[in-house]
Design a protein around this ligand. Structure first.
Ligand SMILES: [Zn+2]
Ligand SMILES: [Zn+2]
Length: 489
């Protein structure tokens, strides 16, 4: 089955053919480390984690690079406000980023370069652009001449006229043309700076990604990814710098994930609807955000709300229960006359899962195939419980269905134990501590007392025990093979 990718560069669905057979080189723009990550960052992380896992599932050897913008106006401003060196700010939020990534089981990139450790590479790139006549210096600043690069606008599909209408010249800009953008900024008092052929200064934002890609992945890569909002100007500028130098395509496929709104509104601190990843995983199992993100196609807008997360939690539990309830079936007596098994449903679900994934990573349809199989599993289970027995063939097929869902969901969607979550945030530690004070023997004793109460028809006491345990996050389930308990997610 060939993989189809929607390529922003061509605006079309295209068959994925890597530059080098069997290998995929992918670069995704990372975060600017001046604050904690919000749900918008989370979506981009989860989407590209899924894409990477799926490419690997298809058998590709994937080299994945994601950078940190660890010097930037926003970082410098925050450092000034807190009266600390800018490195204190970027180190703090890089650490915070890794906490988030580990909790959401985002696999670390193969290389996670920082701007501040790539200054010589960035200077080299700017030097080449100056030599080729695509860049010019004015009083220690270096600018890219947009009009010199004939293909400018081809990624974001903008004409020079449209660009001119939107171009702004900020006070202090020394560029010759409002369309031009800064590659190197002359040092200002009290700001971090590095030596360069144009005097002390620091790189502009767009230059770092091109330089890091050249250094770690080469002049042409297979996939360049990022949020939709990065298409212009950031990716357009990355492309212009790269292709001006190499005269070769910079990236074969450009993939952009859609943006996140909260309750229908753009997320912003002033609106007070700024949802951080830490808030989400202090309240919900991280898989539930993964499931919410993957239940929407990666290119569509995603509207976040706590209600949706709560609904998604129910869907996640349905998936998990279907896998775990094999235990119930296992304890039923064998009935060779039991008709029905799941083999055909498994084959169908797998087929439609991979077909959906190969059509531009259509995760909502892929999930629908898994949930379709869950539905069939539940029908079979209910029937077996009702009839009080199951054939060994049907039992084996249930186990196979459970394993199929578990493996796919773990390996491609990153659920379950695909990476052990590390929970370092203080509040979460406390939640975990409370949860860990569960005395299993004591719960079993309460279950026994409740069963005795039920036998004695003291349903008031039985319900009281069940409800009290529920308040403590312990869910009791009466099954044909006895009462089971589990921790609430
Ligand atoms: Zn398309
Ligand atoms: Zn970038």
């Amino acid at each position: 089955m060939s993989l189809i990718i929607h390529n922003t560069l061509t605006g079309k669905e295209e068959e994925f053919v890597p530059i080098e057979p069997g290998k995929v080189r992918i670069y995704v723009c990372g975060v600017t480390t001046y604050d904690v990550n919000h749900v918008g960052h989370g979506r981009s992380l989860i989407v590209f984690d899924m894409i990477r896992r799926y490419l690997r599932y298809l058998g590709y050897e994937v080299k994945f690079v994601r950078n940190f913008t660890d010097v930037d106006d926003k970082i410098i401003n925050r450092a000034k406000n807190e009266c600390v060196p800018f490195t204190v700010i970027s180190d703090r939020y890089i650490k915070s980023y890794f906490e988030d990534a580990e909790n959401f089981k985002i696999e670390p990139a193969d290389i996670e370069p920082r701007v501040t450790t790539h200054i010589p590479d960035i200077i080299d790139l700017i030097k080449k652009l100056v030599e080729k006549g695509y860049a010019y210096e004015v009083e220690g600043d270096v600018y890219f001449s947009v009009r010199k690069f004939k293909d400018y606008g081809k990624l974001s599909k903008r004409s020079i006229d449209e660009l001119l209408a939107g171009a702004r010249v900020e006070p202090g800009d020394k560029k010759k043309d409002p369309l031009d953008f800064a590659l190197w900024k002359a040092a200002k008092a009290g700001e971090p700076s590095w030596d360069s052929p144009w005097g002390k200064g620091r790189p502009g934002w767009h230059t770092e990604c091109t330089a890091m890609i050249f250094k770690h992945l080469g002049e042409t890569i297979d996939i360049h990814g990022g949020g939709l909002d990065l298409t212009f100007p950031h990716h357009e500028n990355e492309l212009a710098q790269a292709e001006a130098i190499t005269e070769k395509p910079f990236a074969k496929y450009w993939i952009h994930n859609g943006l996140v709104t909260v309750n229908g509104q753009k997320m912003s601190k002033s609106l007070g609807n700024y949802i951080t990843l830490k808030e989400i995983y202090s309240k919900y199992h991280p898989d539930i955000l993964r499931l919410l993100v993957l239940s929407v196609h990666y290119r569509s807008p995603l509207d976040f709300s706590w209600e949706k997360l709560e609904e998604t939690k129910k869907a996640y539990e349905r998936l998990k229960n279907a896998i775990e309830e094999y235990e119930i079936l296992e304890k039923l007596p064998i009935n060779p006359d039991f008709e029905d098994d799941l083999y055909e449903d498994i084959a169908k679900a797998e087929q439609s899962f991979y077909r959906a994934m190969s059509e531009d990573f259509n995760t909502p349809e892929a999930l629908a195939s898994l949930f379709g199989l869950v539905r069939e599993m539940n029908i079979l289970k209910d029937k077996a419980v009702k009839e009080g027995g199951i054939s060994s063939k049907a039992l084996k097929s249930y186990k196979e269905a459970a394993d199929t869902i578990y493996n796919i969901a773990r390996d491609i969607f990153g659920f379950f134990d695909s990476l052990k979550p590390c929970i370092e945030v203080e509040e979460i530690k406390n939640i975990e501590k409370e949860k860990s004070f569960i005395d299993e023997e004591l719960i079993q004793l309460l279950i026994d007392i409740r069963n005795k109460a039920r036998k004695d028809k003291n349903f008031q006491l039985a319900d009281y025990i069940r409800d009290s345990l529920k308040e403590k996050g312990i869910i009791l389930e009466d099954t044909p093979v006895g009462t089971k308990w589990k921790k609430e997610l």
